[in-house]
Design a protein around this ligand. Structure first.
Ligand code: BGC
Length: 351
């Protein structure tokens, strides 16, 4: 009997222990479950936070969007425009340039409806950084001029320049004087508009990359740095021919260009000498961006190599103060305004 009682009490204790363990197990499971569900909740919240933030940000952007102007509210557009960026957004980079298909002025006019009379343009969506006069020395090169206008206008528009094109046409059939025509272009363009930069371009040179911006830099700029004619490299380090740009300040510092280089050659070397004698250096785009094509042609009549050029180049420092924009003399014969350019025919005189 005693044994049975003992057995029962042992069994009772064991059962109580098992029940206790069961409760403990249930308790631990509940605690674990609760804690786990808390952290899950926190995880979900963390995942949602950026989305919520994004929604808020989006809302903020939405509320900041400009409202459409009311029909009769006056809007001063110029007040709202910002200066155009350093890197114009519509540039495309390398361009295909070829001269096999003929172009007509009518085609170029129809492709550039934004141009104002005289080959003038300014961007609509921002204020151009510079006012640039494009000066082209010219005589009897109408076919080349068409290509220049065909390729350059769209490029210059994408470059967001406030610009005008001036074709300076030497009258008659005397000896050609490129540098004097450039000086005349400078003087005539300034009579029309407050230009602060001047690009001097031969009519037969077309840039092959629109990132070669036809504007002015802190130093005089040589823009036609790798021409197909020279195997896409500089013919010599001091070469400053083809296409170049000078700000008004830089141009005046060197007293403009020489007026007494008659015939082909040397005037660009004289300009280089002027620039370096005034302590300035030449800035250039890199060789890939500065690639350009020249339209092949025979040497022009009355533009034979100037035999005096070597002697003149050797004396730039002595002559530049008395020969330049301060001694320029010419007569305007005719001014013609086209949608694509201003053509100024001039009498440059004789050697
Ligand atoms: C002439 C320059 C010319 C260059 C490249 C030089 O000898 O003096 O006027 O631009 O050759 O043809």
């Amino acid at each position: 009997m005693r044994d049975t009682t003992l057995n029962f009490s042992g069994l009772h204790r064991t059962c109580s222990l098992v029940v206790l363990l069961c409760f403990l197990h249930i308790f631990v499971t509940v605690i674990y479950y609760v804690r786990n569900s808390d952290s899950k909740q926190a995880f979900v919240q963390n995942q949602q936070t950026p989305q919520i933030h994004r929604k808020l940000t989006e809302q903020k952007v939405t509320t900041e969007e400009p409202r459409a102007p009311q029909a009769n509210a006056p809007l001063n557009v110029t007040e709202k425009l910002e200066t155009c960026p350093d890197n114009p957004p519509r540039l495309v980079g390398p361009l295909r340039v070829e001269f096999s298909d003929p172009v007509t002025l009518d085609l170029v006019r129809s492709q550039n409806p934004e141009l104002q009379l005289g080959g003038r343009f300014k961007p609509k969506d921002c204020i151009a950084q510079q006012k640039v006069a494009m000066i082209i020395p010219f005589r009897n090169r109408d076919e080349h001029l068409k290509y220049w206008l065909y390729y350059l206008h769209p490029i210059l528009e994408r470059q967001q320049l406030d610009y005008g094109v001036y074709v300076i046409n030497q009258e008659g059939d005397g000896i050609f004087n490129r540098a004097k025509l450039l000086n005349i272009g400078y003087a005539e363009a300034l009579k029309e508009y407050d230009y602060d930069c001047f690009v001097f371009s031969d009519v037969d040179l077309i840039p092959m990359d629109d990132r070669n911006i036809y504007k002015c830099f802190s130093q005089p700029r040589h823009l036609s740095v790798s021409m197909d004619k020279f195997g896409f490299r500089l013919p010599y380090t001091q070469y400053f021919g083809g296409v170049s740009s000078l700000s008004k300040t830089q141009y005046l510092k060197i007293n403009g260009f020489p007026n007494n280089y008659w015939g082909w050659g040397g005037e660009d070397d004289d300009i280089f000498n002027r620039i370096s004698s005034k302590g300035m250096s030449i800035s250039r785009p890199d060789g890939m961006i500065g690639r350009c094509r020249m339209i092949r042609h025979e040497r022009d009549k009355k533009n034979d190599p100037n035999p005096q050029r070597f002697d003149r180049i050797a004396h730039t420092r002595q002559t530049m103060a008395g020969d330049g924009i301060n001694s320029l003399k010419y007569k305007v014969v005719k001014v013609e305004k086209d949608q694509l350019f201003t053509k100024i025919t001039v009498d440059v005189g004789n050697p």
